[in-house]
Write a protein that binds this ligand. Structure first.
Ligand code: HAM
Length: 419
């Protein structure tokens, strides 16, 4: 026996109903994003590694231990994209795209994380970025856009958790406060937090293990400068006026370094341990860091696999399949003609290509969940009639013009379903 190959751990094959769900999310979200003026962009799967080191941040888990890094044949250090924000901004700078500008994307990402439910090493993100606006009105638009996408794909169980992580100055002050407050206590924290204490104390707030131990700390909000505080309060007011459902969570810091001011996560209880459907926030320094003009931005990304888990009552698009059956091999060529004619009319149709018995063809039609079966036999051919069997009702009709019946039936089931 030849060797069999397996998927790489943490990757998935998406097919059948999962594929339909995946495309459903893409089609629905594309409609919503475009309605809001966010047009889609596809960036390359790999970029220079340095782009992520500089933007996502050198002390983040992503850059420290999760990137798929490789050298090409010219010795360039490259990385498979772990997230979409730096590549979109790189494209805006490189292509000289006029600002302000808004983009959305539906792209695969790569992170070497420990695989579990909702966490993969190759996964898809549906994201949106608005670059060039500094007032909190765009924060409002981004949040409403994210929620509209969830509504459009029928996700109901979610909470928006919002915070402000301030500017670099605020973060510096807060880091100093954290270092002082945790000086004695840090030895009782997990090893990850002990490392974070040294390199990026801010991220201790993100720890899932030591959540309880940090509850005594003053929230970052108490350290915000006037400008950041005003931005935050104005946004909260706008959200309240919109009746936007959210909670303020002072412990959200996000796992990426570039965030400033607004930071948020969208949590769903349906997901289990990996409970973030998506996350995002402002990145007012990021464009400058990657060589663009100094301009603010904000965005978010959903994990598509997590959206797929959280989707309720996903209504499959019913395919009205007509299975064409030949009674004996003599009618097979006529059956092929019919399959092709049906397809030309936009009707899903298929047949058994290798000659099989009538019984086996009927079984296949059943397995494929065909709505109708068009049976072509010697006698019917002679009389120029066709036998059309409705597989759901079990009724059979003899007709000289099966198209007419099929089109009528397809239209009426279509209308019933969409009214
Ligand atoms: P992030 O929080 O790292 O943010 O990822 C966004 C979402 O991607 C997560 O909430 C989660 O749903 C999904 N996700 C992350 N890692 C995995 C994984 N290993 N397997 C499956 N799903 C995963 C960002 O990436 C930012 N670029 C978002 C953003 C856009 N901020 C501003 N603009």
């Amino acid at each position: 026996m030849e060797k069999k190959y397996q998927r790489i751990r943490g990757t998935r094959d998406i097919y059948g109903e999962e594929f339909d769900k995946f495309i459903f999310i893409f089609e629905k979200s594309k409609k919503v994003c475009e309605l809001y003026g966010y047009n889609f962009i596809i960036t390359p799967t790999f970029e220079v590694k340095e782009l992520f080191e500089k933007s996502t941040g050198e002390t983040t888990d992503i850059v420290e231990k999760e990137m798929y890094v490789f050298e090409d044949l010219k010795g360039r250090k490259l990385a498979l994209r772990p997230e979409g924000t730096p590549p979109v901004l790189r494209a805006i700078v490189e292509e000289n795209i006029e600002l302000p500008s808004k983009f959305s994307y539906f792209l695969n990402m790569f992170r070497y994380e420990k695989p579990q439910k909702g966490r993969y090493r190759e996964f898809y993100q549906l994201g949106a970025e608005a670059v060039g606006y500094k007032e909190p009105y765009i924060d409002l638009e981004i949040l409403i856009l994210a929620e509209d996408i969830l509504k459009e794909i029928n996700i109901k169980d979610y909470v928006f958790e919002i915070n402000s992580v301030g500017c670099l100055e605020d973060r510096k002050k807060y880091s100093e406060y954290l270092k002082e407050e945790l000086k004695e206590k840090i030895k009782n924290f997990c090893s990850n937090c002990q490392q974070r204490y040294e390199r990026n104390p801010f991220r201790i707030l993100d720890c899932k293990i030591d959540r309880e131990k940090i509850k005594f700390l003053k929230p970052l909000k108490k350290f915000l400068c006037n400008e950041c505080l005003n931005h935050h309060e104005k946004l909260l007011n706008l959200l309240l006026k919109e009746n936007f459902n959210f909670i303020e969570n002072p412990f959200i810091v996000r796992g990426l370094d570039y965030y400033t001011k607004t930071a948020f996560e969208i949590i769903s209880k349906k997901l289990g341990a990996q409970d973030a459907l998506g996350g995002g926030g402002r990145y007012d320094y990021l464009m400058k860091i990657i060589g663009g003009i100094d301009t603010p931005g904000i965005g978010f990304a959903f994990g598509v696999e997590r959206l797929m888990i959280a989707m309720e009552n996903y209504e499959k698009k019913e395919k009205n399949l007509i299975y064409v059956i030949y009674v004996s091999e003599k009618e097979k060529e006529e059956a092929i003609k019919w399959v092709r004619k049906l397809r030309e009319k936009g009707i899903y149709s298929d047949m058994e290509w290798d000659t099989k018995s009538l019984k086996s063809q009927l079984r296949k039609a059943d397995k494929k969940k065909a709505k109708w079966v068009l049976i072509i036999g010697e006698e019917e051919l002679r009389k120029n009639t066709y036998r059309l069997k409705n597989m759901i009702k079990g009724e059979e009709i003899l007709s000289q013009n099966p198209f007419e019946i099929l089109e009528k039936e397809i239209n009426s089931t279509y209308l019933q379903k969409n009214n």
